[in-house]
Design a binder for this molecule. Sequence first.
Ligand code: 4AD
Ligand code: MG
Length: 434
Amino acid sequence: MKTKFLSITEAMNQGKGEVAIRGWVYRERGSNKLKFIVLRDSTNIIQCVLEKEKFKKQWSDIDKLQIEASIEIEGEIKKEDRAPSGFEIHAKKFNLVGESIEFPINKDLNEELLGDRRHLWLRSRKMTAIMKIRDTILDAMREHWHKKGFYEFNTPSIIGLQCEGGATLFDVDYFGKKLHLAQTWQLHAEPGIFGLEKIFTIQPSFRAEKSKTSRHLTEFWHAEMEVAWEKFPYLQDDAEELIKHIVKKVLEKNEEELKILERNPSKLKPILKKRFPRMTYTEALKILEQKKMKISWGKDLRTIEEDKLSELYDTPIIVTHYPKDVKAFYMKEAEEHPKEGKVVLGFDMIAPDGYGEIVGASQREESIEKLSQNLKNQGEKPEDYEFYFDTRRYGSVPHGGYGMGVERVISWICGLDTIKDAMPYPRTMTRFYP
Ligand code: 4AD
Ligand code: MG
């Protein structure tokens, strides 16, 4: 066996001559004279042809090969239009590395069983394609913020306070004290801007979501930013730039993966060119009313209303100035309000094609008095938030930030049926194994 192995893609790029490759059996068929093995590695698949004539001693191993056995093959590579990836290797040497017996994944498994065997399903071409796009997206996020001078800043996952409403808190028994898993980095991020001014993180957030929808996880990766001195329009611009950068990178790097997922790239292209429509909540209600969906002012937009709105555009949309009462305690009250009631300088970004809210954002309320009142209205104890109020005591500045749901973005960009496929080991109310 040659000592230097090429990846399948490298071998196909070489296109002729001798190559050594290694991987797992993706498909196999043949007769007692000839075996066709489609081999896969992390880069691609390729057909390999093994003749009994050349492998007299090893034929019993070759004949018994099953799906997912790991093997090494050396031989001559050639173009072959009839082969699944357009190339074929005529094997001269063969080495069985690890056998596999009755791999328990097949196309008849239902979602539950595929979930139980997730650790094996991760080998599928579908999951591999999604994970490659996930990697592109995480990298694009860091690239975007680093280019603008942001620092990556991480915060604890075990904390004592709620930030997004108490209903979705997971309790942690912390040496006999009741603490929680963080719903967001925000309470600890705001103090961070006084040192670094521009910060971001990509880390897990936790929500005890009882809803079994295609959009909710109990543990999701949260890309969040917080910035000093900047106001509401900056946040909208930055979130739009970030989404454009992510889409650009995926279109550049993941053409092959989008093809595997049968996601049409022309669905994503308008995002690069068009400015995302921006509308206030009050304007959104008027648009919905024209579409025969009447919502009384003051009610939060539900999934069906977000979906209806998103249907009208081929880019994400930005809905601003929601009623104060439906939004989190930290959102800054606007200076001017519509006649219907008080609104905040917060926005949601809603993805096209019914993928729902991908970003939640706001400028932050600076008045400790208003923050305390908002917390009280939600049944919280303002005195628990003393450390957070210090951000408003010592050189307070206008500031704000947003959180982007990494899996929501992946789900939308890949065109997935469920958000669970956007991460390797999803966590939902009913799924916590493996
Ligand atoms: O809108 P949310 O709740 O905002 C916050 O947490 C703010 N503290 C962010 C900030 O200003 N730093 O959550 C932000 C985003 C949502 O828009 C959504 O994309 C995602 O996080 N998200 C979820 N993704 C998957 N599963 C869940 N259960 C999610 N909950 C929120
Ligand atoms: Mg939100």
